[in-house]
Design a binder for this molecule. Structure first.
Ligand code: KMH
Ligand code: ZN
Length: 290
């Protein structure tokens, strides 16, 4: 049997894994009409993002009143619908909104996504607190491995990378045996969205880990450029960015994915195929929904 093809041809620069985070739990539909909050809006967003070069979708959903929800029935329906409509890797948020109790955040895994976020510590989140206790982190990490769900370790501040190393030392590698980190930078209360902070974080990643980065608000572009130049991947979307340029609201998520794909091409690290993204992250093979 011939060996599996390498993820990238020998000598080639690695492509860029682009994650779209289209909705989040913080923005209000009333203030941001372009925010995708219904299933139909989410599916249209997902199809566009896939066509432009995204390979992962980071999903927060809303209820009938466009309020953030972790309702398991809705989450399961969303995962199924995204799989029918696209080939994207479906990553559910276990972060939810700052008000969501731990038990509801753990139950997200029952919707059986390909991947899920796993935040590595408590952080001030504007005027709120995003609470992630050590025991909760351990529970999330272990349940994900038992359910064959690939974690994306969300890092809001430098010390959370120490927590990640401690987690791996004590509880072992995740499902897929690859560690992938997302640096969420520029949150008011977390690390700044600067090249210097990104370089400091990359220096203390666990050995062999890959990383993506996103810069919240006006830090989006500095973080994107720093991540590309440091060999990292990108997360973009209206969860993190609502202003495209000073005084110019984001038109839609496709506009942000297109900008990331364009800059990645200029950096000679074009968007990675979904097949390569699955191989990189160690996500389960596509389940047929025919
Ligand atoms: N909405 C934030 C409080 C995640 O998705 O895992 C948490 C968050 C992180 O968005
Ligand atoms: Zn999120």
């Amino acid at each position: 049997m011939s060996p599996a093809p390498p993820i990238t041809p020998p000598g080639a620069l690695p492509g860029t894994l682009i994650t779209v985070a289209p909705t989040g739990a913080e923005a209000n539909k009333a203030d941001v009409p372009a925010l995708p909050v219904t299933l139909e809006e989410l599916l249209a967003t997902a199809r566009d993002a896939e066509a432009i070069g995204a390979s992962v979708i980071h999903v927060h959903i809303r209820d009938e009143q466009a309020r953030p929800t972790l309702d398991l029935g809705r989450l399961t329906e969303t995962v199924t619908a995204l799989r029918e409509a696209t080939s994207l890797i479906v990553q559910l948020s276990t972060g939810g909104a700052v008000t969501d109790p731990e038990e509801n955040r753990l139950r997200v895994l029952d919707a059986a996504p390909d991947a899920a976020s796993c935040s590595m510590g408590t952080v001030n989140f504007g005027r709120d607190v995003f609470l992630n206790r050590w025991d909760f982190i351990v529970e999330l990490h272990n349940r994900m491995r038992d359910s064959e769900i690939v974690p994306e370790y969300e890092i809001f501040d430098l010390g959370q990378l120490t927590t990640l190393q401690r987690l791996l030392d004590r509880h072992g590698l995740p499902y897929g045996e690859h560690v992938h980190v997302d640096l969420v930078m520029g949150v008011p209360g977390g690390m700044p969205g600067t090249a210097q902070a990104l370089v400091a974080a990359v220096a203390v990643l666990p050995p062999g880990a890959t990383f993506a980065a996103t810069g919240v608000g006006r830090t989006a572009i500095p973080v994107m450029l720093a991540a590309l130049s440091a060999g990292g991947h990108l997360r973009v979307g209206m969860e993190d960015t609502l202003t495209y340029a000073p005084g110019e609201p984001v038109r839609d998520n496709a506009q942000l994915v297109a900008r990331a794909a364009g800059i990645a091409k200029i950096a000679q690290r074009p968007p990675m195929s979904i097949a390569n993204a699955r191989a990189l992250l160690g996500v389960r093979p596509m389940v047929s929904v025919a």
